[in-house]
Write a protein that binds this ligand. Structure first.
Ligand SMILES: Nc1nc2c(c(=O)[nH]1)N[C@@H](CN(C=O)c1ccc(C(=O)N[C@@H](CCC(=O)O)C(=O)O)cc1)CN2
Length: 295
């Protein structure tokens, strides 16, 4: 069997188009969603992601600003910037790009963001609301995974889902979202006993462990849906400048076993930014007390 390849790039492009239409409709009500992204330091991958966030927010018709700070920025200065963004009525979404340079405390930074503007969904208020089934801003990457899963499978009720990875940004909220969709959820990680056997039980396998090609073909249940969240840059091959980008799943082997699978690149990654725009519209509508034009 060769798996259906889930085209996250195309899905994200379609979503961004629909979001641009919502932004245009909101303009008629005097609302322009505004996104502020904070980038501290010069991590090359983060610079690319932040550049894409700024460009795609503008393409969707949003107000978009990027605050670039040097890696040596004191914590107090970063917290002061967040306080000013919290107070700015033109800003509905605030995102501090991760990872932060050494010396800055990501937890303190997340706590400083107004939960109503926390479009990364990392503030304990949003994480708690997600856990209890109350309205929350949900982390972008797991939101994107759920959209791809629903598009591929429809109703997920009763499916056995395994999430490999337990980060606050991805694994934990993914588990909550799958549970809310009536899946039977196993949370696994690098120290799970007999991990291959656990994975083989899953109808839905979400790999977000940050280890290149860790999930082998024979870890996958025949016909399962595999969502690969890993974005790992391999060392460059001789004569090359950049290494190949691979996921947490051995794609070539997995696609011979799975029913459907996301590729890397072009799978989950592009959904992250589309869902950030989605969250920014949600935040703007809640702050202004208007309904989402898209329902
Ligand atoms: N504050 C946050 N920081 C980070 C997040 C996040 O959601 N919030 N996620 C990642 C990085 N990220 C967005 O910030 C991101 C990662 C990957 C992609 C993407 O489109 N990837 C492409 C490949 C891009 C490439 O060639 O390098 C793909 O997979 O097709 C978008 C956004 C960590 N930090």
């Amino acid at each position: 069997m060769t798996a259906h390849i889930i085209d996250g790039k195309a899905f994200a492009a379609g979503l961004r188009q629909r979001l641009a239409e919502e932004v245009a409709a909101l303009a008629g009500q005097g609302v322009q969603p505004g996104l502020a992204v904070v980038l501290v330091g010069e991590d090359p991958a983060s610079q690319v992601y932040v550049g894409s966030k700024e460009r795609m927010a503008k393409e969707a018709g949003m107000a978009s600003t990027v605050h670039r700070l040097p890696a040596e920025t004191p914590q107090a200065d970063l917290l002061a910037l967040i306080a000013s963004l919290n107070a700015d009525p033109a800003v509905h979404g605030i995102l501090v790009q991760l990872p932060l340079p050494p010396g800055l405390d990501p937890q303190a930074v997340v706590l400083a963001i107004d939960p109503a503007k926390d479009v990364d969904g990392l503030h304990p208020i949003n994480a708690g609301n997600l856990a209890i089934g109350a309205p929350a801003l949900v982390p972008c990457t797991p939101s994107g995974c759920m959209m791809l899963l629903r598009d591929a499978l429809g109703d997920l009720t009763g499916a056995r889902a395994l999430v490999l990875g337990r980060s606050n940004l991805m694994g934990k909220p993914m588990g909550q979202l799958l549970l809310a969709a009536n899946c039977t959820v196993t949370m696994a990680h690098s120290r799970t006993r007999d991990l291959p056997e656990e994975c083989r039980r899953a109808d839905i396998l979400v790999a977000a462990v940050g280890r290149p090609r860790m999930v082998k073909g024979d870890w996958i249940r025949p016909g399962a849906t595999v969502i690969d969240v890993g974005i790992n840059r391999l060392p460059p091959a001789p004569g090359q400048q950049k290494g190949k980008l691979v996921g947490d799943v051995d794609f070539d082997a997995a696609k011979e076993v799975a029913g459907a699978i996301t590729p890397v690149p072009g799978g989950v990654g592009p959904m992250t930014i589309a869902c950030l725009l989605d969250n920014t519209i949600t935040a703007a509508c809640r702050i202004h007390g208007v309904a989402r034009p898209g329902g």
